[in-house]
Design a protein around this ligand. Sequence first.
Ligand code: GLO
Ligand code: MG
Length: 344
Amino acid sequence: MQAGYRFSIGPWNISEGADPYGPTTRAPKSFDWKLGKFKAAGFDAVMFHDDDVVPDIDGKSAEQIKKEAREMKKKLGDAGMFAEIVAPRLWFSPNTIDGAYTSNDPKARQYAIDRSLRTIDIGAELDCDLIVLWLAREGTYLRESKDGRRSVELIVEAVDKMLAHNPKARIAIEPKPNEPMDHAYIPTIGHALAVAQLCSDPKRVGGLIETAHCILAGLDPADEIDFAMAFGKLWSLHLNDQNGLKFDQDKPFGSANLRVAFNQIRALERNGYAKTGACVAFDVHSFRATKEEHCFDHATNSMRTFVKLVERARSFDEKAAQKLVADRNYQALDQMVIEHLLGK
Ligand code: GLO
Ligand code: MG
């Protein structure tokens, strides 16, 4: 914990550099190796996909899944860490080629729900009630291929089944406007929280905001954070960065736009995010060109930048800023922010 915040990271955040145009550039690392790195860097928690906890999950019985989850719990405990989230990885399987909860094929929808319930069971074994739904394939390549209204109903139906499965589970929807789909059904936190209201227990359905996803939607991540926190529903956070409307870049936090990063920290500070107990996670990836020996630097650098920006946010002269606001002197306010970020 630094500056009062708890930090989390996922095993997929140490990746091998493959992109759609070329193969991997770094060797894969084992989970144990990654866990050692997380701990040494001062991370408090680990984010998991269901199959990060239980590899080849689809071929395993419910009992075997729980057993392997208990083994992971022990491993985490020995490292002095905890599981922050578990997320069903619903975008890899041949069953979910055309969507998971919103697939046109009822068998695919059933697969997605069954797998989500197993994810909740894994969470229970890990002592982790927060289930994240990144709705990767809940959208279309072709709008005429699905019915948008029906898709909302199907997502609500799926979430309701999860809520009924375990009364402790909380569902955090991670919105993203596109990629892998052309258009996604839950593109912003506003959409996620609106869907929450349709569910059987809206109090247990909230959101996870990712910087890059907000930017891909043409929105300011700080406003998205303020919006979710006005509802008390920002339950996790994926900080990273994104250079405009391109592919999802997952750059280190603050890498593309330091001022946008600063404003995200200001939003977290004014809303008391640290006090909610929720974690700050860095959903970041190394540049493909990164050498093996630097394969975790993007994460430690993100944490460093975060802590430095918390200091910048706390030392910002709010009184002077408010005076300029009252005087409608936004020119001076603009320069004040720039000079504060530049430092003395
Ligand atoms: C991809 C998402 C992805 C999720 C993760 C947790 O764009 O950000 O990394 O956060 O799979 O569900
Ligand atoms: Mg993410």
